[in-house]
Design a protein around this ligand. Structure first.
Ligand code: ATR
Length: 288
């Protein structure tokens, strides 16, 4: 990367940011597309959030991402919000515009975009979400915002599922689902961390409880082929990989920051598919 004076800075703020793949993902795309941009991670504790954003304004950052624990609190430091981010009350991407700092959320919309491309219209699907944490909230909210007719939630801790359903009321009615009713759902999305490296032998659900032709999506992307995905494939389900959501939420952020052509978006997706596949291979030290 040639860091001339024309290069604008992009970045991620979070606490922690160690281990984030965002700098690698975005710099890989910037290089591929020849964008005059560089991306860094900034470790910002909650007490310094306001000062950091003021600094970002002052130095004319090109745009930035926000991660835990700032996705909600950042809103008070912005000048405007995209309608979905406003309804969800959480921001992961900020555009620097002549009107000021505008907040967006690309997490759930990233998955919605992947689902539309890979399985077609989603509005008529009944979708079961496993988990009731931050990821479940963003995904359920985005599905409901995009017209999905029924969203069910199943979580280990019932009280958290109940709290999430109340939280989602702004988008519509979601339902608590027990295992006996899993067979009613056309698409199952695992948003828990069950099955994530290094606990690859774990799975959040036995696929025998699912509708035989249900689509199965796991947002866990390391390993790429989780036990849930392997078992789903072995029993004839169509599957959607977590790696595609990871790619799409980043590509959506780049579409917000730059006026990318369709050809550039396709190039970014294809490159990230190949490069992430390599990057997510277990290292010698990680192999059992
Ligand atoms: P995130 O922001 O990634 O969604 P989170 O808010 O900590 O993370 O939520 C983690 C989700 O994974 C929760 O739904 C959690 O279930 P509980 O609410 O019962 O804690 C779920 N989860 C994590 N480990 C789990 C396990 N071993 N078995 C079942 N669910 C698990």
């Amino acid at each position: 990367m040639n860091l001339t004076e024309e290069v604008r800075l992009y970045g991620l703020i979070g606490d922690p940011v160690a281990g984030s793949r965002s700098p690698w993902i975005h710099n890989t795309v910037f290089n591929e597309l020849g964008l005059k941009a560089a991306y860094l991670a900034f470790h910002v504790e909650p007490t310094r959030l306001g000062a950091s954003i003021a600094g970002f304004r002052a130095i004319g950052m090109g745009g930035f991402n926000i991660t835990i624990p700032h996705k909600q609190t950042v809103i008070g430091h912005l000048d405007g919000l995209d309608p979905f981010a406003e309804k969800l009350g959480a921001v992961n991407t900020v555009a620097v515009t002549p009107e000021g700092l505008i907040g967006y959320n690309t997490d759930g919309p990233g998955l919605v975009s992947v689902l539309r491309r890979q399985i077609g219209p989603i509005e008529d699907k009944k979708v079961l979400i496993l988990g009731a944490g931050g990821a479940a909230r963003g995904i359920a909210g985005s599905l409901m915002y995009n017209g999905v007719k029924e969203v069910g939630i199943c979580n280990r801790t019932w009280t958290k599922a109940d709290a999430l359903i109340r939280d989602l009321e702004i988008f519509g009615k979601a339902y608590i689902v027990d295992r006996e009713d899993f067979k009613n759902y056309d698409l199952v999305i695992n948003t828990t961390s069950v099955g994530m490296y290094p606990f690859e032998d774990a799975t959040p659900v036995d696929v025998k409880y699912l509708k035989p032709d249900a689509y199965v999506c796991d947002i866990v992307y390391k390993p790429r082929r989780t036990r849930l995905i392997r078992e789903a494939e072995a029993t004839g389900h169509k599957v959607v990989f977590g790696i595609d959501m990871l790619i799409e939420q980043a590509v959506l952020a780049e579409q917000i920051w730059f006026s990318l052509s369709d050809e550039q978006v396709d190039r970014a997706r294809t490159l990230l598919q190949t490069e992430l596949m390599k990057a997510l291979q277990p290292t010698e030290g990680e192999k059992k």
